[in-house]
Design a protein around this ligand. Structure first.
Ligand code: NAD
Ligand code: ZN
Length: 359
């Protein structure tokens, strides 16, 4: 079966296009009491962004905290907050949910919009195509570029039992607002870590066995843009990085990521390491699998003066190592993409432990 995937319905791109958000949302507002919910990364709470939000008196602004990557309990709590806000309104549901932030905040917006129309806990929907009812209208404004969360059909959540996305056609944003000015002040090393998520998506997609011309076309473009941004530093680096993230996301939509992402999920689950930095830590040990990509990644690190944390797994228990290996191994399509159908004969538990011990 060929994947028949849903894409973001509307995209606006350009420096300053954030100021168009009010007009864009106006089209979605129904009736006089229409409510928009803005989920905004709390890193912006004390800056000038609040004044620029195109909000009406009845709208709800929630400053979300992403010190931890999104958890299902947090999503459920946000959904309750929105429902409480809607209790005395004419409509039961808001007209839209808008996520403004990095991958974590965009994922929160996707998840909340889905869980407003689907009963139960968000943990019940971690998996593939378990969502049956369309979400409320949802839009995103990225403030970091690299994850591709703005185009993907998943919202990655950590639940009581697993770190796994809610993957569905309904997860995909209805609108994205790609304004390079919104990522202009993202500080290093965060900008680098998130940017490298994109670079690593490209390496894993382009070197994977699932590769096809669709993925290759987007992957090569995204990789080229990453090189321009992280090896040359052009004046319009933010514009290029934003488009790299978009193309990188499109590339993996029709292929898959690989070994680095599988290992990074284990690091996140056991050590709480965030996605971008976890990928960088894992990728730096993968010379044997992605020699060219790792070499270039190190050049980019040097150029951005990034020092990776070391000895992260030095003090872990046997039980923690066991869990990390288990979490990594569950992601079978990633291993198959990287190593082919016979991956189980190539990648043993011992080899995975050895890689973790290098981190
Ligand atoms: P993030 O959203 O987790 O944010 C990282 C940090 O940067 C946070 O402290 C945040 O407050 C801060 N931040 C965000 N924008 C900023 C700005 N402009 N200036 C200063 N600080 C800013 O980072 P990320 O790397 O974009 O996203 C990682 C998350 O995305 C993980 O939770 C991961 O699981 C998820 N993810 C999702 C997908 C998907 O397809 N849905 C793909 C990859 C990763
Ligand atoms: Zn990633």
């Amino acid at each position: 079966m060929f994947r028949n995937f849903k894409m973001v319905s509307k995209v606006v791109f350009g420096r300053g296009c954030f100021s168009q958000l009010g007009d864009i949302l106006q089209v979605q507002r129904q009736g006089n009491e229409s409510v928009m919910v803005f989920l905004v990364d709390d890193v912006f709470e004390n800056g000038g962004l609040k004044k620029r939000l195109p909000h009406n008196a009845d709208d709800l602004i929630v400053w979300v905290n992403v010190d931890d990557e999104p958890k299902t309990v947090y999503v459920d709590q946000l959904v309750m907050q929105v429902k409480t806000h809607m209790a005395d309104k004419q409509d039961n549901l808001p007209s839209g949910v808008i996520g403004i932030g990095g991958g974590s905040t965009m994922d929160l917006a996707k998840a909340v919009s889905l869980m407003l129309t689907n009963r139960g806990s968000s943990a019940d929907f971690q998996g593939w195509d378990l969502i049956k009812t369309p979400a409320v209208y949802h839009a995103a404004v990225p403030t970091l570029s690299g994850t591709g969360a703005e185009v993907s059909r998943t919202t990655v959540l950590t639940g009581p039992e697993k770190k796994l996305g809610i993957n569905s056609d309904h997860t995909v944003f209805d609108q994205i607002v790609l304004d390079p000015e919104m990522i202009a002040n993202a500080p290093n090393p965060q900008r680098f870590y998130t940017g490298m998520d994109c670079y690593i998506h490209c390496v894993e997609s382009l070197e994977g066995t699932y590769l096809n011309s669709f993925s290759q076309a987007y992957g090569e473009k995204a990789m080229d843009l990453c090189r321009q941004v992280f090896l040359a530093d052009p004046e319009d680096a933010d514009d290029r990085l934003m488009m790299a993230s978009y193309c990188g996301g499109m590339s993996i939509a029709y292929s898959q990521v690989g070994i680095c992402h599988a290992l990074s999920y284990g690091l996140a689950f056991v050590l709480g390491l965030h996605h971008g930095i976890g990928n960088c830590v894992a990728f730096d040990t993968l010379d044997a699998y992605y020699p060219q990509g790792v070499k270039e990644f190190r050049q980019m690190m040097t150029r951005s003066a990034i020092e990776l944390p070391r000895n992260l797994t030095a003090g872990i228990t046997d039980a923690q190592m066991e869990t990390m290996v288990n979490v990594a191994l569950v992601l079978e399509p990633l291993w198959e993409n990287a190593l082919g159908k016979d991956w189980k004969t190539i990648m043993t538990r011992e080899k995975i432990s050895e890689l973790y011990l290098k981190m």
